[in-house]
Design a protein around this ligand. Structure first.
Ligand code: XMP
Length: 477
C-alpha cells in the first residue's frame, strides 16, 4: 500500500497566487507573443474545439487578432473541411482559385459571374494566358445586346509577379488607381489575383496569425483513429489537434504515431495531465504542442464522475518539467478552467506557452448558436463535448474511452452573452498584461523564470476577492 507521504498535491488555480516582483516595464510594454512549432501567435490564445465555441466565424476572428481557432469535429468531415476552407479564403493576400472569363464570353455572362460570386473584376484569359481584365464598372456601362467581353475589357492590364509583397501591391494600386492586380508567371499565365480589399484587410490586422501565403491560420480537431478526416483536412489547416480526453493510452499513442507518419501537417497532442504522460508523448511522437489539463473545464464532470483529474495548473507544471528535462521544442497549452486573466497568468508562470479557452469565448457573438433571452438577460448555450446533447451528434464519441461510452462527462448550460469576441479578448489581454506587470515579466519566457508563486489558503482566496461589500451590480441584478 502506498504510504500517505506518497500522496501528491495536485494544486489548482485557486490554490496559488503570484507574488509581486520588481517591474522594469509597464503593462502596455508586455509582449505576449508565443510560438507553437513554426506557428507564431501574437496573442497566446487558442479557442477550444467545441461545437459551442469554434466554427469558422470564431476561427477567423481569433486569427485576425493573432490567436488561433481550433475547429471542432462534432460534424461530418465535409462540414469541417468547409469551415477550414472558409477561414483560408477569408483574407488570402493572393487569391489562387481565380474566377475568369474568355474574350468570347458575352457581357451578360461576366455580369452573372460577378453577381454569383460577389466579385467586382474578372481576369480575361485565353489558353491560361492573361489577355485583359473586365471590371464591374466596364459591365455597368456596357449597353446594347450582343456585346462580348473583348469589346469592353481593358487590354494589357497592370500585372505583378508571384513574389509581390502587400506593400508593393499597395503602391502599384495607388500609382495606377486600380483595385485588382492579376498575378502572372514568366510565360504570362495567370496564377493569381491581388485585390485592394485583401491588401486593406492585411493592413487593418497587422498582428494576425497568417501562413506563408498570407492566409489566416487555423487548426482542426481530430481523433487519432480517424485517418480519413485527418488526411482530408491536412491541406487546409496549419495544425491538427488531437481531441482525446485521456491521451496517455497505448492505443491512442500508437494510432497518433501512425497518423503523424502519414501526414505532413504538424500535430498538437492531448489531453494529458502528468509528467509521465508528457515524457512519453514527447519521446515517442513528433508533436509541436501538448494540450494539458484533465477535468478542470467549466463544463467537465470527468473528475466528479470518475474521481480522476489532473487540474490544469498541476498538469502544466508537470508537462513543462518533462519538456525542460528533454529540452524538447514542444509548446505547453493550458486547457480547461481558465475563467479570466488571473488563471492564464498563473498557467504561464508554471510553464504554459499558450492557453486554450472554452468558457471565456462561448458567450461571444462569434461562437456558434444564437442568443437566448432568459429573465430579461441574454445568454448563449455552452456544452461539454462529453455532455449528453453533444454526444447525441455522435461525431466525437471517441473522445472518451470505449468502456465509458455511456457515461456523460460534461454538462450543458448557459453563459451570459458577452458581445464581440474582440472586446472580450482585448479585456482578457489587458488583464494578462497587468499580471505580467505586477510580476515584473516583459514576456512569457520571463514570466516562467521570474514568477514567484505562493500557496494560499481558502480563507486567503476569499480575502483577495472583493469582500464585505455587496457589489452594486448584484443589487440591481
Ligand atoms: P473551459 O474551462 O475553458 O474548458 O470551459 C474547456 C476545455 O474543457 C475540455 N472539455 C471537456 N472536458 N468533459 C470534460 O471532462 C467535457 O464534456 C468536455 N468538453 C470539453 C476541453 O479540453 C476544452 O478545451
Amino acid at each position: 500500500m502506498r504510504s500517505p507521504t506518497g500522496i501528491e498535491f495536485a494544486f489548482t488555480f485557486n490554490d496559488v497566487i503570484l507574488l509581486p516582483g520588481k517591474a522594469e516595464i509597464e503593462p502596455s510594454d508586455v509582449d505576449l507573443t508565443t510560438r507553437i512549432g513554426n506557428i507564431v501567435l501574437s496573442v497566446p490564445i487558442l479557442s477550444s474545439p467545441m461545437d459551442t465555441v469554434t466554427e469558422e466565424e470564431m476561427a477567423i476572428a481569433m486569427a485576425r487578432m493573432g490567436g488561433l481557432g481550433v475547429l471542432h469535429r462534432n460534424c461530418s468531415i465535409e462540414e469541417q473541411v468547409k469551415m477550414a476552407k472558409t477561414v483560408k479564403r477569408a483574407e488570402s493576400f493572393i487569391i489562387r482559385d481565380v474566377i475568369t472569363v474568355s474574350p468570347d464570353d458575352g457581357v451578360e455572362e461576366a455580369r452573372r459571374l460577378m453577381r454569383e460570386y460577389g466579385i467586382s473584376g474578372l481576369p480575361v484569359i485565353v489558353d491560361g494566358k492573361l489577355v485583359g481584365i473586365v471590371t464591374r464598372r466596364d459591365v455597368h456601362f456596357a449597353e446594347g445586346g450582343g456585346l462580348r467581353v473583348r469589346d469592353i475589357m481593358t487590354k494589357d492590364p497592370i500585372t505583378v509577379g508571384p513574389d509581390i509583397t502587400p506593400q508593393e501591391a499597395r503602391k502599384i494600386m495607388a500609382r495606377y488607381k486600380v483595385e485588382k492586380l492579376p498575378v502572372v508567371n514568366d510565360s504570362g499565365e495567370l496564377i493569381g489575383l491581388v485585390t485592394a480589399k485583401d491588401v486593406f484587410y492585411r493592413e487593418s490586422h497587422p498582428f494576425a496569425a497568417r501562413d506563408d501565403e498570407g492566409r489566416l491560420r487555423v487548426g482542426a480537431a481530430i481523433s487519432p483513429f480517424d485517418i480519413d478526416r485527418a488526411k482530408t483536412l491536412a491541406p487546409y489547416v496549419d495544425v491538427l489537434v488531437t481531441d482525446v480526453a485521456h491521451f496517455h493510452n497505448e492505443n491512442v499513442l500508437s494510432a497518433t504515431k501512425r497518423l503523424i507518419s502519414e501526414l505532413d501537417v504538424p500535430v498538437i497532442a492531448g489531453n494529458i495531465g502528468t509528467y509521465e504522460a508528457a515524457e512519453e508523448v514527447i519521446s515517442r511522437l513528433d508533436v509541436i504542442g501538448l494540450r494539458v489539463g484533465i477535468g478542470s473545464g467549466s463544463i467537465c464532470t470527468t473528475g466528479e464522475v470518475t474521481g480522476v483529474a489532473a487540474p490544469t495548473l498541476y498538469a502544466v507544471a508537470k508537462a513543462y518539467e518533462a519538456v525542460r528535462k528533454h529540452s524538447a521544442d514542444v509548446a505547453v497549452i493550458a486547457d480547461g478552467g481558465i475563467r479570466g486573466p488571473a488563471e492564464a497568468a498563473k498557467a504561464f508562470s508554471m510553464g504554459a506557452d499558450a492557453v486554450m479557452l472554452g468558457y471565456v469565448l462561448a458567450g461571444t457573438k462569434e461562437s456558434p448558436g444564437s442568443t437566448m433571452m432568459v429573465g430579461g438577460k441574454m445568454y448563449k448555450i455552452y456544452r461539454g463535448m462529453g455532455s449528453p446533447s453533444a454526444r447525441s451528434r455522435r461525431f466525437a464519441l471517441d473522445r472518451y474511452s470505449k468502456p465509458s461510452k455511456d457515461i456523460a462527462e460534461g454538462i450543458e448550460g448557459l453563459v451570459p452573452y458577452r458581445g464581440d469576441v474582440t472586446t472580450v479578448v482585448d479585456r482578457f489581454l489587458a488583464g494578462l498584461k497587468a499580471s505580467f506587470g505586477y510580476v515584473g515579466a516583459s514576456n512569457i519566457a520571463e514570466m516562467k523564470l521570474k514568477a514567484r508563486i505562493a500557496l494560499i489558503s481558502h480563507a486567503g482566496m476569499s480575502e483577495i476577492a472583493p469582500h464585505d461589500v455587496k457589489p452594486l451590480e448584484r443589487i440591481f441584478e
